[in-house]
Design a protein around this ligand. Structure first.
Ligand code: GAR
Length: 205
């Protein structure tokens, strides 16, 4: 059965999104695109995880949802080829890593001329790097005794979690915080931050 996707508007810059999990940040992008505030159109959502709720959110919004993993496509090279094909097909202007827990192929970064944004749930360079994602980040922040954490949006380069920072917002750590309570406060800040930075990069000529 053929799937129906959102009406393509050639006058709007195009966005691709990569997700691995729940996709609450994706949902904000979908909602802000719908109101026109994002200033662009989300053409597809790719996930390395076929069960990711993010894919469901995309489908519910009429956006093409693709499971692309070495398992589903047969090899890492096939995942890379799929990403490049989608970027070229839709002339993607910005690729957003919204809770994507894998490194992306260098060829993808090059194809987009650096217009790849990642969101990280801490103040990079603190609490970043391989293995630092999701709840592990908040656990490490609490274990360190830090009084502040936050949100970082950065451009993706070949060095994991080390690309130029385009926005940071601070979130206080409270006495008695758990990884869950802190994570929820950081996530709320993420929701107010990511779409604005996507809009900013979409506005660039
Ligand atoms: C977000 O907190 C995001 O910052 C984090 O994963 C979560 C995804 O939530 N990303 C990383 O840790 C990347 N290193 P979401 O699926 O509900 O948007």
């Amino acid at each position: 059965m053929s799937q129906k996707f959102t009406t393509k508007n050639p006058s709007k810059p195009t966005v691709g999104v990569l997700c691995s999990g729940g996709g609450s940040n994706l949902q904000v992008l979908i909602d802000r695109a719908r109101t026109g505030e994002l200033g662009g159109e989300i053409r597809w959502v790719v996930s390395n995880n076929g069960d990711a709720f993010a894919l469901e959110r995309a489908r519910n919004a009429g956006i093409e949802a693709i499971h692309a993993s070495a398992k589903s496509l047969g090899s890492l090279e096939a995942v890379e080829a799929k990403m490049l094909e989608l970027i070229d097909r839709d002339q993607i202007k910005v690729l957003v890593l919204a809770g994507y827990m894998k490194a992306i192929p260098v060829s993808v970064i090059h194809r987009l001329n650096g217009r790849v944004l990642n969101i990280h749930p801490a103040l990079l360079p603190a609490f970043g790097g391989v293995g630092m994602y999701g709840h592990f980040v908040h656990e490490a922040v609490l274990a360190s005794g830090a009084m502040w954490t936050g949100v970082t949006i950065h451009l993706v380069t070949e060095k994991y979690d080390e690309g130029p920072i385009v926005a940071q917002r601070v979130v206080a750590v409270y006495p008695g915080d758990t990884p869950e309570s802190l994570g929820a406060r950081v996530l709320a800040m993420e929701h107010d931050t990511l779409w604005r930075e996507v809009r900013t990069i979409l506005e660039r000529p």
